[in-house]
Design a protein around this ligand. Structure first.
Ligand code: NAD
Length: 500
C-alpha cells in the first residue's frame, strides 16, 4: 500500500527522502483504538499539567525548549530528511519556532491569569473576574511543509495555556513530531505531549476521539472534512488553511527590496509556504522594471546539488498541481522566466508569468510551488481590490514609501496579517496573532490571542454584599421595581458618548 492510498487502515507509515527517494524511517500508524489509548494517557498528563501553577509550567516549557535548542542541528536534519528542504532552511525553521515557544512560556501567566473586571454601577455588589482555563487535551493535526514551525504554532500555545496535546503529524513528516515528543519525555516526563503518527485515518480517529479541541493546519479541503466530523460532537476547531497570497507594489516602492522579497516569498521552500507570495500586483509605471528585477534574481537560484537554495516538492502529487497552474497561467499570460519545461520530475525551477487572467486557476487557487504571477494594475487601490478577489484571505504584503497609503491598503485587505515593505514580517513576531479569513480558515495561533484560542473563558461574579436594589428575587417589591423604572432613563436615556 502506498502512503496516499489509505482506504485500508495502514499499520505503519514509511517516509522517503524527496531528494533521492531513499527510505528515511517507518512509524506506527495509530488506528482508532490506539488513538483512544494515546488520548487516555494524555488525559492523565493533562490533569497533572493543568493543576500546576503558571510558574511551574513555564519552567517545564523552558526546559523543553532548552533540550530542543541544544540539539537544534539534529532536529534540522530530521526536518530536512523528510521535507527535502536545505539544512539551512530547517535551521531557520527551528530558530523561528523556538522564539514562539519562548514567548508562549513567558507570557501565559500575564495573558491568562484571572483578572478583575469592572462590575458597573448597578452591580456594585459583585466582585467580577474573568479567567482562562485549559480545555483539557488539544488534538493538533499538522502539515508537511514546515513540520516543526506550523504545528508548534498550536502546540506551544496550547501547552502554555495548560492543555495536554496529542500531535498527529503529516504522514510525510512524522520525524520532527516523534523527536520533539522524545525531548518532552526526557525534559518533563509526563504524557503531556504525545505523538500519534499515521495518515488520514489516524487524523480522522483523533477528531472523533473525544479530544477537547482540534487545531488543524493543512489544506482547505481537509479542514472542511475535519470541521464536519468535529461537528458531530460539537468539538471546537481552529483551522489554519491555504492561501493565494498577494504582494502589492506601488509606484514609489523600493523595487530592489520588493524584488528580493518577492523571490524569497514566492520561491523559498520551493513555494511550499502557506503564506508565500503567489500573486504580485504592480502599478503599471513600475511593472516592467519590477519583472526584470525579479527575473534577474530568480534565474540565479540554484535548485539542485549541495548548495541548492530550495529543494524538491515534498508531496509528489503537488508537482502535477504546479504543472497545471503553470499551464493555466500561460494560457492568458506571458512567460518572463521558465515555463512548462521548468516542471521536472520532482524539482520545479522558478517560473515568472505576467499578464495572467484574474479568472485563471493559477490566480484563484493555491499553487504551492515556485510560480509567481506579476500582473500590472492602474493603482494601489486596484491592487487591493484584486488581492481581495479570491476565495482565500491568509496574508498579504504592501510595498510603498508612503506610510499613509500602506496603512490604508493594510486596512482594506481582507486577510489575517499584512507585511509592509517585507514579506512574512509577522511570522517571527511572537506577539502577533496568525490566521486567516474566508477559505484560509479561522481562529488564531501565536500571541495573546493564540493563548486565548486554547483556553476556556470562565466568568465568576462573587456577591460581596446584599444589593440595595434587590431585583434578583421572586419576591421583588413594588418599591424596588418603581426605583428601577426611574433609573432606566437616568442610566441610559442620555446618549452620552455618542458624539464623535
Ligand atoms: P492536508 O490537508 O493534505 O493534510 C493536513 C493533515 O491532515 C495531515 O496530517 C493529514 O494526515 C491530515 N488529514 C487528512 N485527512 C484527514 C481527515 N479526514 N481527518 C483528519 N485529518 C486528516 O495538507 P498538507 O498537504 O499536509 O499541507 C499543505 C496545506 O497546508 C497547504 O494548503 C498549505 O497552505 C496549508 N498550510 C497552512 C498553514 C497555515 O498556517 N495557514 C501552514 C502550513 C500549511
Amino acid at each position: 500500500m502506498t502512503l496516499m492510498d489509505q482506504t485500508q487502515p495502514a499499520t505503519e507509515v514509511t517516509t522517503h527522502s524527496p531528494v533521492d527517494g531513499r527510505i528515511v524511517a517507518s512509524y506506527p500508524a495509530a488506528d482508532a483504538a490506539e488513538v483512544d489509548a494515546i488520548l487516555a494517557r494524555a488525559r492523565v498528563g493533562a490533569a497533572w499539567w493543568a493543576a500546576l501553577p503558571f510558574a511551574e509550567r513555564r519552567a517545564h516549557l523552558l526546559r523543553w525548549k532548552s533540550a530542543i535548542a541544544l540539539r537544534a542541528g539534529e532536529l534540522a536534519d530530521v526536518i530536512a530528511a523528510e521535507t527535502g528542504k536545505p539544512h539551512g532552511d530547517a535551521v531557520l525553521e527551528v530558530m523561528l519556532t523556538l522564539g514562539h515557544l519562548d514567548w508562549a512560556a513567558k507570557n501565559a501567566r500575564h495573558v491568562l491569569r484571572r483578572r478583575k473586571v469592572k462590575a458597573g454601577l448597578v452591580n456594585y455588589n459583585q466582585h467580577a473576574t474573568v479567567g482562562y482555563e485549559p480545555y483539557g487535551v488539544v488534538g493538533v493535526i499538522g502539515p508537511w511543509n514546515y513540520p516543526f514551525y506550523t504545528p508548534m504554532g498550536s502546540i506551544s500555545y496550547a501547552l502554555a495555556a495548560g492543555n495536554a496535546v496529542v500531535f498527529k503529524p503529516s504522514e510525510l513528516t512524522p520525524g520532527p513530531a516523534v523527536w520533539i515528543a522524545e525531548r518532552w519525555a526526557e525534559a518533563v516526563g509526563h504524557d503531556v505531549l504525545v505523538a500519534a503518527t499515521g495518515g488520514r485515518a489516524t487524523g480522522a480517529a483523533l477528531v472523533a476521539s473525544g479530544v477537547d479541541k482540534i487545531a488543524f493546519t493543512g489544506s482547505t479541503a481537509t479542514a472542511k472534512k475535519v470541521m464536519a466530523a468535529a461537528a458531530e460532537s460539537l468539538t471546537p476547531i481552529v483551522a489554519e488553511c491555504g492561501g493565494s497570497d498577494a504582494l502589492l507594489v506601488a509606484a514609489d516602492a523600493d523595487l530592489d527590496a520588493a524584488a528580493d522579497f518577492i523571490v524569497f516569498g514566492a520561491m523559498g521552500n520551493a513555494g511550499q509556504t502557506c503564506a508565500g507570495v503567489e500573486r504580485v500586483y504592480a502599478v503599471d509605471t513600475v511593472h516592467a522594471t519590477l519583472v526584470a528585477k525579479v527575473v534577474e534574481r530568480a534565474e540565479r537560484l540554484r535548485t539542485s546539488g549541495e548548495d541548492a537554495q530550495y529543494g524538491p516538492m515534498t508531496l509528489p502529487s503537488q508537482v502535477d498541481v504546479v504543472r497545471r497552474h503553470v499551464a493555466s497561467a500561460l494560457e492568458t499570460g506571458t512567460a518572463a522566466l521558465g515555463g512548462l519545461d521548468s516542471v521536472h520530475e520532482r524539482v520545479v525551477a522558478p517560473v515568472v508569468v505576467t499578464g495572467v487572467s484574474e479568472d485563471s486557476e493559477a490566480v484563484r487557487e493555491e499553487t504551492f510551488g515556485p510560480l509567481v504571477i506579476i500582473n500590472p494594475v492602474a493603482s494601489l487601490e486596484e491592487a487591493v481590490a484584486r488581492a481581495n478577489a479570491t476565495p482565500y484571505g491568509l496574508t498579504a504584503a504592501v510595498f510603498t514609501r508612503d506610510k499613509a497609503a500602506a496603512n490604508r491598503a493594510a486596512a482594506a485587505l481582507r486577510v489575517g496579517a499584512v507585511s509592509i515593505n517585507s514579506v512574512l514580517g509577522f511570522a517571527g513576531v511572537a506577539a502577533l496573532p496568525f490566521g486567516g479569513v474566508k477559505q484560509s480558515g479561522f481562529g488564531r495561533i501565536h500571541g495573546a490571542d493564540g493563548l486565548r484560542e486554547f483556553s476556556v473563558v470562565k466568568s465568576v461574579a462573587r456577591q460581596t454584599r446584599k444589593a440595595a436594589l434587590n431585583l434578583l428575587t421572586m419576591d421583588r417589591t413594588e418599591k424596588d421595581l418603581h426605583t428601577a423604572t426611574k433609573m432606566i432613563p437616568m442610566l441610559h436615556g442620555r446618549a452620552k458618548g455618542a458624539k464623535h
